[in-house]
Every structure is written in C-alpha cells, then in structure tokens.
Design a protein around this ligand. Structure first.
Ligand SMILES: C[S@@+](CC[C@H](N)C(=O)[O-])C[C@H]1O[C@@H](n2cnc3c(N)ncnc32)[C@H](O)[C@@H]1O
Length: 223
C-alpha cells in the first residue's frame, strides 16, 4: 500500500525539507503559529505517559527516550528530559538540531545523540528505548514508510517500552497539505498502519482544550 494522495515520493520529501528549512527555529515555528498551546500539549502528554510509569509489572523504564521529528526539542525539554535519564533526538532539519543545543540549556547535557535524518531512513538502535515519542511528524511519511518506520521502532523498544504517536487526525480520509508537503490521515487509517507494523494500541486519547479551528489531536500508545 502506498499513500493514495502522494503521487511523487521524491518531491513529497524534498518539498517538506525545503519548507522546514525556512521555518524559524522557535517553539512558535514548531507549532505553526500555535506556540501558545505548547503547555496544554505538554501537560496532557505528561499525564498520558505517567500512567505507564506507575507501579506494576508492566511499567516502562526511565532510562532512555527517543524524540522523533524533534525539531528544536520542545518535547525533549519539557516532557522527556524531566522523565528519562537520557534522550536522543532525530529530525531532518539540521538547523533545528543545532538550535536545540542552546534551547535545551544545561539539561541538554543528557541528550546523547542528535541524529539528523529523515524518519523514512532512520533505524532506532534495537532494544534501546523505553519510549519512542513521535509527535506532529507522521504526516511527513508515506503510508509504507510510516509502517516500516514503526516496525523499526518496535525493534528499538526495551522490555515494556512503548511507541507513542501524537498527531493531527482528519475527520475522514486523507487530506494533502501542499504548503508543508504533508498528509493528515483519519484515525482509522492511522490505526490500520499501526496494525500493519505489528504494533498493538494500548491506549488512545483525544487532546482536550485545543482551539476549535485546528485538527483534532490524538495520542496513541502502542507496543
Ligand atoms: C510540526 S514540527 C514538530 C516538532 C516537534 N515534534 C514538536 O512537536 O515540537 C515537524 C518537525 O518534523 C520535522 N520533519 C519533517 N519531515 C521529516 C522527516 N521526513 N523525518 C524527520 N523529521 C521530519 C521538521 O523538521 C520539524 O522539526
């Protein structure tokens, strides 16, 4: 299966890379002008993640997390570094990773690796991560690349580890955005891709208190 709406894969990726090269390396840039909802986003994500960290035989470890499509490290800084001993970041835009080194401040010492790479070409080190966090970036991968990437993420998990996708979901079908060269899929399409990757959804939650005019945002945890 390939993404029905992506006609030219090479162009799809190169247009997106070009788009992000021109975006300011700021929290507002990461959020397309919606920087002010970053705290609401992070606070909900923290609550979501902490339910997997409570006592119990299945709780996730706190050794290492991977932030995918990390940008300048908005999530690494406020969600992942406070909860995990070390974090790795991967993003296709070199300038964002360079900016991250100052944006993250002192705590940024605990970022082990800054991988500059498209997720379609990236393989997390096997058996390494307690959490692989993938936020506001799945629309930049074709269906096949997303499913293959999720398979590699699955292999990258430590025992009890989880992969988390947090992203915009269309009401129905798949919508192409020519401006940043991305697609927005509905929840059913995303769930199918997850299943195809051999992952099982453990929890799913709609983000509350976001502005009405933007896409619904869902968080899905899987392993
Ligand atoms: C909307 S921003 C989200 C950044 C971060 N996840 C956050 O929520 O603050 C999208 C990010 O995805 C990155 N990106 C776009 N296409 C990518 C790809 N194919 N592989 C990896 N990163 C990509 C961009 O450089 C940008 O940093």
């Amino acid at each position: 299966m390939t993404s029905e709406v992506v006609e030219n894969e090479l162009e799809f990726y190169s247009k997106a890379e070009k788009y992000w090269k021109d975006v300011p390396a700021t929290v507002d840039g990461m959020r397309g002008g919606y920087g002010h909802i970053s705290s609401i986003d992070i606070n909900s994500s923290r609550k979501f993640l902490q339910r997997f960290m409570r006592d119990g035989s299945n709780r996730i470890g706190t050794t290492r997390a991977l932030d995918c499509g990390a940008g300048i490290g908005r999530i690494t800084k406020r969600l992942l570094l406070p909860l995990f001993k070390t974090v790795d970041m991967v993003d296709v835009t070199e300038d964002f990773l360079t900016k991250a080194k100052s944006y993250l401040g002192e705590e940024g010492r605990r970022v082990r690796n800054y991988f500059c790479c498209g997720l379609q070409d990236f393989s997390p080190e096997p058996n390494t991560y307690d959490v692989i966090w993938i936020q506001w970036v799945i629309g930049h991968l074709t269906d096949n690349h997303l499913s293959d990437f999720l398979k590699r993420c699955r292999a990258g998990l430590r025992p009890n580890g989880i992969v988390v996708i947090k992203d915009n979901m269309a009401q129905e079908g798949v919508i192409m955005d020519d401006v940043d060269s991305s697609v927005c899929r509905d929840l059913d399409v995303v769930r199918k891709i997850i299943r195809r990757a051999g992952l099982y959804v453990l929890a799913e939650e709609r983000q509350e208190n976001f502005p009405d005019e933007i896409y619904h945002v869902y968080t899905l945890a899987m392993r």
